[in-house]
Design a protein around this ligand. Sequence first.
Ligand SMILES: Nc1ncnc2c1ncn2[C@@H]1O[C@H](COP(=O)(O)OP(=O)(O)OP(=O)(O)O)[C@@H](O)[C@H]1O
Ligand SMILES: Nc1ncnc2c1ncn2[C@@H]1O[C@H](COP(=O)(O)OP(=O)(O)OP(=O)(O)O)[C@@H](O)[C@H]1O
Ligand SMILES: [Mg+2]
Ligand SMILES: [Mg+2]
Lengths: 252, 252
Amino acid sequence: KAKVIAIANHKGGVGKTTTTLNLGKALSLQGYRVLLIDLDSQGNLSQVLGVEEPQKQVVHALLKNEPLPIVSVGTDFDLAPSDLELANADLELVQAVGGVNQLKNVISGLRSTYDYILIDCPPALNIFTNSALVAATSCLITLQPEASAMKGINNLFERITQVRDRINHELTVEGIVLTLVDKRLNVHRDMLNYIRGKVLTNFTIFNAEIRLNVALKESQIAQQDIFTYAKDSHGAVDYRNLALELTKQRVK
Amino acid sequence: KAKVIAIANHKGGVGKTTTTLNLGKALSLQGYRVLLIDLDSQGNLSQVLGVEEPQKQVVHALLKNEPLPIVSVGTDFDLAPSDLELANADLELVQAVGGVNQLKNVISGLRSTYDYILIDCPPALNIFTNSALVAATSCLITLQPEASAMKGINNLFERITQVRDRINHELTVEGIVLTLVDKRLNVHRDMLNYIRGKVLTNFTIFNAEIRLNVALKESQIAQQDIFTYAKDSHGAVDYRNLALELTKQRVK
Ligand SMILES: Nc1ncnc2c1ncn2[C@@H]1O[C@H](COP(=O)(O)OP(=O)(O)OP(=O)(O)O)[C@@H](O)[C@H]1O
Ligand SMILES: Nc1ncnc2c1ncn2[C@@H]1O[C@H](COP(=O)(O)OP(=O)(O)OP(=O)(O)O)[C@@H](O)[C@H]1O
Ligand SMILES: [Mg+2]
Ligand SMILES: [Mg+2]
């Protein structure tokens, strides 16, 4: 049965979409069957994969009980796309009885078809991030080691705890992935030490850190994953290592 | 009467908070009276200014008709702070009659006390960004020249047009500020040309570009604006130039 992983952090621009795409691709290159779900009304994940203004999209499954629309974006590599239309579901899901459970219901039938389902969350602790945390077996937090990292992560952990205590008792934290890391910067080295000091007692920080790498920016403009665009780049190496570390955890 | 400027972009991590803080400080150093409003429930602007978990905050003014709470953070440099409590107002403002007008009502009495009121928006086209666009005389869009820039900006312009046509007829676009610019990167130079080609027919792009500068990251960890932290840094130079360009526009 698929592991369902929410890629979450309400801080903006910390590599959630980049991680959903490239960790997902790394897993599929390892032979796993992977589904990516775009749960952000900005639809960046869908756009990067060349799926613009999808006729059938996630919101239709959430609101109309239709099956989740799935687009193939590679071998054993699928996408459930979104665009701005998803925003229409915000109020409705918030007000509906059990609205936050809809995503979980929508994907339950798919857990036999995939090994990993990764959910790209928006930069908000809103109904969509909540839905992802409810639907997930675990969550992975992307973290850029800069000023807002620590305060943000505490609020995020509170929300995860709430979801786990009240709704989804099996939710675990896969770990924290440090992203956009530039080891030449003192501020990053200092923040990395600070974060490890504060967080390691309670949570895993992946050894694999995603270094700042221009190939990751270029690959998105080329609408490709990093392995297709530049398989020997630091971005590819780092995401492959993250996938290996994640799946080792699965084996044990 | 104060110019009210919404610093907006629903894309995450593109320098909205960094711009609100440092453009605001640059304006106050020029002698203008400046109020910053933190309209993001993540409260990054408030945190960077050392205002954590404010007892009195923006949400109280929006929901309870109290006066906007104001904290002095410098000479003629004030802040109306927020933290996660602001999120409680989301649903209530969406459902309330005229909820989106509340911020405008709250600040109308303050427009005689300040020359500039800058509003830091969250990474979402939600009730808070809408409220800022309704309260504003103009908006300033921060834009990182990477993959999601163009698609995002089109959605943002649609929202601005809607607000202007239906609610706030005086709303103008001050212009686009390119942020986190690293001129050494081909991808940034290419995206800059692409954006200018697509956008310049309709909108101003400020000549002042905010370069990627580690001093800006460090200053936020030190909880200082860039002029206090490193007045000769590229970050300080760029934000001072942005302020000069903005105020030249005011004079003409
Ligand atoms: N390791 C990296 N090196 C270089 N650029 C990166 C890296 N990770 C992400 N980026 C770039 O940084 C920008 C923000 O990344 P991304 O969109 O993945 O973050 P996000 O958390 O999904 O943002 P949002 O909160 O808006 O959804 C993108 O332009 C992306 O290409
Ligand atoms: N010109 C710059 N050079 C270097 N670092 C920068 C620059 N501008 C912003 N940063 C850093 O990038 C990160 C994101 O910036 P910031 O928080 O201002 O963006 P934002 O648009 O407000 O994000 P959000 O969408 O989450 O509100 C911060 O850690 C900030 O210190
Ligand atoms: Mg994203
Ligand atoms: Mg911000």
